[in-house]
Design a binder for this molecule. Structure first.
Ligand SMILES: [Zn+2]
Length: 326
């Protein structure tokens, strides 16, 4: 992922907790987020099995086989095909969107992988992750950035395949998140800018109720540093889901602004949040594994993927009222 002023990011960090758990009321929050849908589930909540962190880890390991999976390279395209095949294997309709975009190194070809679980209404929540790796790092696996979030999304897709939520779920696997030229405008976020542009042009953006981005969710020392440029209603929802699953102490809302794949959606008026742990390092508080060869499978854990999966599933259930097929 990208970060404004990352060299001094720790100095800039200042944590605060604006949400008082005592006033967290999911019903009220949902009422504000989805006023047109009403607040009551119209079916029984599905009892999903527990999120399996080992399965998610296996997905990460399988993706890492393609590394480095840089955008615009054959390995990157194969990684996209691999993700599409996994989704199809779960029985989820999937589209591979191949497109060209300009980069500081000239035009490149990217592949977004988009899977959909339709709901009872023509409204949608986007659950997103990038899958490309940062170029130019020797022996780079990108197990955390961006394998971890991709693995969690795939495992959630497997679990939810065949469900009929009130609101549909779009699984968006973005190519080309990583910038290559010091974060100049137009560099990086190629896949998310592409999708947001399509939604804007087609008018479908009006049907998207929320965009939930996962990024760097596998650190063994998992503590989410939710950036300030996340929609407040979703911050409350995510913190509520964390509370409900016993993981509230793993979240802080920071004063940092992070340029990540949620930004193009914010820019077209879709509520969006970046669920990211931007402290991936050798010690608590450090981010020294980020964009180095230390970002490998041994430095992430199935347990952290499980925690992320549990929170995300809880969030999706509260946002979409996932119900049994009728
Ligand atoms: Zn990155």
């Amino acid at each position: 992922m990208l970060f404004a002023g990352r060299n001094n990011w720790m100095n800039l960090m200042s944590y605060f907790n604006p949400v008082n758990p005592a006033i967290l009321s999911k019903t009220l929050l949902l009422a504000s987020l989805f006023p047109l849908l009403g607040c009551q589930p119209n079916g029984q909540n599905t009892e999903l099995p527990p999120f399996d962190g080992e399965r998610a880890f296996a997905e990460v390991a399988a993706l890492v086989e393609f590394s480095p999976r840089d955008a615009g390279t054959p390995a990157g395209w194969k990684a996209a095909e691999h993700i599409a095949k996994r989704m199809e294997g779960f029985g989820i309709a999937v589209e591979v969107d191949t497109f060209s975009d300009m980069t500081p190194e000239g035009e490149k070809t990217f592949r977004n992988v988009i899977g959909r679980i339709p709901g009872k209404t023509d409204q949608w929540i986007i659950l997103g992750s990038h899958f490309d790796t940062m170029p130019g790092i020797e022996h780079f696996q990108g197990a955390n950035d961006s394998g971890s979030s991709t693995g969690v999304l795939l495992e959630i897709a497997r679990m939810l395949a065949g469900q009929v939520p009130d609101i549909g779920i779009i699984f968006a696997f973005f190519d080309g998140e990583e910038g290559i030229a010091h974060y100049i405008p137009g560099d990086g976020l190629h896949g998310s800018r592409r999708m947001a542009g399509q939604l804007r042009q087609s008018g479908e953006y009006k049907k998207i109720k929320a965009m939930i981005l996962l990024d760097m969710v596998g650190d063994k020392d998992l503590h989410f540093t939710v950036p300030y440029n996340s929609s407040r209603e979703l911050v409350k929802e995510v913190f509520g889901a964390a509370q409900a699953t016993g993981h509230r102490n793993r979240f802080s809302l920071t004063r940092s602004v992070i340029t990540d794949d949620h930004v193009p959606f914010l820019e077209i008026g879709i509520p969006a949040i970046d669920i990211i742990d931007f402290r991936f390092g050798s010690e608590s508080g450090l981010n020294d594994y980020w964009h180095t060869e230390a970002d490998h499978l041994e430095n992430i854990s199935a347990e952290s993927l499980k925690i992320t999966g549990e929170i995300t599933l809880e969030l999706l259930q509260s946002l979409t009222f996932i119900t049994n097929p009728e």
